[in-house]
Design a protein around this ligand. Structure first.
Ligand SMILES: C[S@@+](CC[C@H](N)C(=O)[O-])C[C@H]1O[C@@H](n2cnc3c(N)ncnc32)[C@H](O)[C@@H]1O
Ligand SMILES: [Zn+2]
Length: 274
C-alpha cells in the first residue's frame, strides 16, 4: 500500500523497516508508525500541530464530547462501503487518531491507514490504537498533498477538520471511490465565541474546489454540550484557532468559568470520484 516518498516505488516491510527497490529505507518507530515525510522544502519537526495542541486536543477528545460525531461518521463510512470487508480507508490529517479508532472499531475487517504531517500526533494515534487492541490500523507521518499510497488503491478517504487535496485524493482512490469531508458548521462552538467576543460571528462554509469529485450528499449534526470543568474549557480553547486571536481580557473571562454550555455543529459531506 505504501510507496516510497523519494522515488515512488512500492515499499516492502522487512524486519529493519520499510524499503523500496532503490534501497530507500524508512524505520518503523518503536510503537509501530512509520515516518514517510520527505524534508523537501520544509522542516518536518515543525510541521502540523505542535505537541501542546496535540495534548490539548487529545485530552479534550478523550472526554467524548465529540463521540456523537465519531459514531455518525463511522456509520456513514460503513454505509457508503456497503460493509465491504476488504475496504481500504485512508484517514487524511488523522491527528491523534480519535476518529480513526471509531472507524477501525466499526469496520473490523477493513484496512485503515491514518496519515498526519505532525509526528507527535501520529505517534499518539498509533499508541491509542495499540492500547485499544486494534490491529487493522496503520499510521504514517506524511502530507495530505503527497500521500504515500499507490494510485487507485483506496476505497474511501476521510478528512476531518484537516487540509483537503483534490488531486491526491483522486489519485489514490479507486474508480468510484468515496470521499468524506467533515468540517465545522456555521454555529459550531458558538457558546464559546459568545464568551470570547463582544460580537460573535458564525463560521463561513469551507470551499474545497473538489473538481475531480461529484457530491453525493451533505448532513449537519448539531447538539449542545456542557463542558464540566475549567480544564475541559481550556483544552477546547487551545485546540481552536481563537486561542491565537483572543484578548487577555476575554481569556480572563473564560478562566473564570466553571462550566460552559456550547453548541457543537458539524457538516459531513460525501462525494464520489468522477
Ligand atoms: C484540526 S486537526 C484535526 C485532526 C483530526 N482529524 C481530528 O479531527 O481530531 C488538523 C490536523 O491536520 C494536520 N495537518 C495540517 N497540515 C497537514 C498536511 N499538509 N497533511 C497532513 N496533515 C496535516 C495537523 O497536524 C492536525 O493534526
Ligand atoms: Zn525509493
Amino acid at each position: 500500500m505504501y510507496i516510497c516518498p523519494v522515488c515512488g516505488k512500492n515499499l516492502k516491510l522487512s524486519k529493519n523497516g520499510y524499503r523500496c527497490r532503490n534501497n530507500h529505507c524508512f524505520d518503523v518507530a518503536r510503537n509501530g508508525y512509520v515516518n514517510l515525510l520527505t524534508t523537501k522544502g520544509r522542516n518536518p519537526k515543525k510541521a502540523g500541530d505542535n505537541p501542546l495542541m496535540v495534548k490539548a486536543r487529545s485530552a479534550f477528545l478523550d472526554k467524548d464530547y465529540y463521540k456523537p460525531l465519531a459514531l455518525r461518521a463511522a456509520e456513514i463510512i460503513r454505509t457508503l462501503l456497503k460493509d465491504n470487508p476488504k475496504s481500504v480507508i485512508i484517514d487524511s490529517g488523522c491527528g491523534e487518531g480519535y476518529y480513526t479508532k471509531f472507524y477501525a472499531r466499526e469496520m473490523k475487517n477493513a484496512e485503515i491507514y491514518g496519515i498526519d504531517i505532525s509526528k507527535t500526533a501520529v505517534s499518539h494515534a498509533m499508541s491509542r490504537c495499540r492500547q485499544e487492541g486494534l490491529s487493522n490500523v496503520s499510521f504514517a507521518v506524511a502530507s495530505s498533498f503527497e500521500l504515500p499510497f499507490r494510485s487507485i488503491s483506496a476505497d474511501l478517504v476521510v478528512s476531518a477538520f484537516a487540509p483537503v487535496s483534490n488531486d491526491e485524493y483522486a489519485r489514490v482512490l479507486k474508480k468510484g471511490g468515496f470521499l468524506v469531508v467533515i468540517s465545522p458548521a456555521a454555529r459550531h462552538l458558538y457558546g464559546l465565541k459568545c464568551v470570547l467576543y463582544d460580537v460573535p460571528y458564525e463560521n463561513k462554509p469551507n470551499v474545497y474546489g473538489l473538481r475531480k469529485f461529484e457530491k453525493l450528499g451533505e448532513e449537519q449534526l448539531s447538539y449542545s454540550v456542557t463542558l464540566a470543568s475549567q480544564e475541559d474549557i481550556q483544552n477546547l480553547f487551545a485546540m481552536t484557532p481563537y486561542f491565537y486571536k483572543t484578548s487577555e481580557e476575554a481569556k480572563k473571562r473564560l478562566e473564570s468559568l466553571e462550566t460552559l454550555e456550547t453548541e457543537c455543529s458539524f457538516v459531513i459531506e460525501t462525494y464520489h470520484k468522477k
